[in-house]
Design a protein around this ligand. Structure first.
Ligand code: PGA
Length: 251
C-alpha cells in the first residue's frame, strides 16, 4: 500500500506576516495520520515555517535546489545540503513554471534531481503537457519523455526515493482540473513506464496529481487507483482548504 501524500506548493507567495498566519491555521488543522503532509514555502520562509510548525506532523520542502549538492560559489542559489540543514525533507524539481518560464532543460533538471537525492532529500519530479500538446494528442509522449530523461540518467532505482507529480500545464492555476479519468489515464501510463524497468519500484512510487486541486475535487481525484495524493498550489494558501484536501487523501 502506498502512503498518500499531499504537498502544498506556496510558489512565490507570502510575507512574514501572512506566513505566520498560515502556520497558525495549519497548526489548527486535524490532519489524518495516514497521509504524508508537506508544505513548500518560498526559500525565504523555510526557516520561519520549520520553526513555526513545531508538531513535526507537517514536513517542509523547497521549491528548487542548486545543480550541485554542496555549498560553493554559486550566487543566488541554495545548495541541497543547506536545505537539509534548514530542515527540509523534499524538493520540487521540474515544475512547469521553471521548465517553461525559466527555460530549465532536462539536463539542468537532472543535475538538480541528482543533487537533491545525493543530499538525502526526496525529489518531487514534476511532469506534464501543455494544452497545445494535449490537443495534438501528444500527452503520453511528452510526459513519457520527461520521465524517461530521469530514468535514462539515473536508472529506475532512483525512483525508490522519489515522488512524481503529474501536473498538466493547462490545469495549473487555471481553475481547470483534469477529470479523474484523464488524470488516472496518465498516472497509469507513468506507472506502466516505470514498471517496464522494475515492477516493484513502480508499485511503490507515489504519483501525485497537481493542477487546480481543491477540497471540492480532491476526494474524487484521490479515489483513482494510481493517484496517490496531490501537489496543491493556490488552494494550499488557505489552511482550512488545505486541511480538507489532506483529510480527503486520508479517506
Ligand atoms: P494550482 O498549482 O493548484 O494552483 O493549480 C499546482 C502546482 O503548480 O503545483
Amino acid at each position: 500500500m502506498r502512503r498518500p501524500m499531499v504537498a502544498g506548493n506556496w510558489k512565490m507567495h507570502g510575507t512574514r506576516a501572512s506566513v505566520a498566519e498560515l502556520i497558525e491555521g495549519l497548526a489548527a488543522q486535524v490532519l489524518p495520520g495516514n497521509v504524508d503532509v508537506a508544505v513548500i514555502p518560498s526559500s525565504l520562509h523555510i526557516g520561519q515555517v520549520v520553526d513555526g510548525l513545531q508538531s513535526g506532523l507537517i514536513m517542509v520542502g523547497a521549491q528548487d535546489a542548486a545543480v550541485q549538492a554542496e555549498q560553493g560559489a554559486l550566487t543566488g542559489e541554495i545548495a541541497a545540503v543547506q536545505l537539509v540543514d534548514a530542515g527540509c525533507k523534499l524538493v520540487l524539481v521540474g515544475h512547469s513554471e521553471r521548465r517553461l518560464l525559466l527555460g530549465e532543460s532536462d539536463q539542468v533538471l537532472n543535475r538538480k534531481f541528482a543533487a537533491i537525492q545525493a543530499s538525502g532529500l526526496t525529489p518531487v519530479l514534476c511532469i506534464g503537457e501543455t494544452l497545445e500538446q494535449r490537443e495534438a494528442g501528444q500527452t503520453l509522449e511528452v510526459v513519457g519523455q520527461q520521465l524517461d530523461s530521469v530514468i535514462k540518467a539515473f536508472g529506475i532505482q532512483a525512483f525508490v526515493n522519489a515522488v512524481v507529480a503529474y501536473e498538466p500545464v493547462w490545469a495549473i492555476g487555471t481553475g481547470l482540473t483534469a477529470t479523474p479519468e484523464q488524470a488516472q489515464d496518465v498516472h497509469a501510463a507513468i506507472r506502466a513506464q516505470l514498471a517496464k524497468e522494475d515492477s516493484e519500484v513502480a508499485q511503490g512510487v507515489r504519483l501525485l496529481y497537481g493542477g487546480s486541486v481543491k477540497a471540492a475535487n480532491a476526494a474524487e481525484l484521490f479515489s483513482m487507483p494510481d493517484i496517490d495524493g496531490g501537489l496543491v498550489g493556490g488552494a494550499s494558501l488557505n489552511a482550512d482548504e488545505f486541511g480538507a484536501i489532506c483529510r480527503a487523501a486520508g479517506n
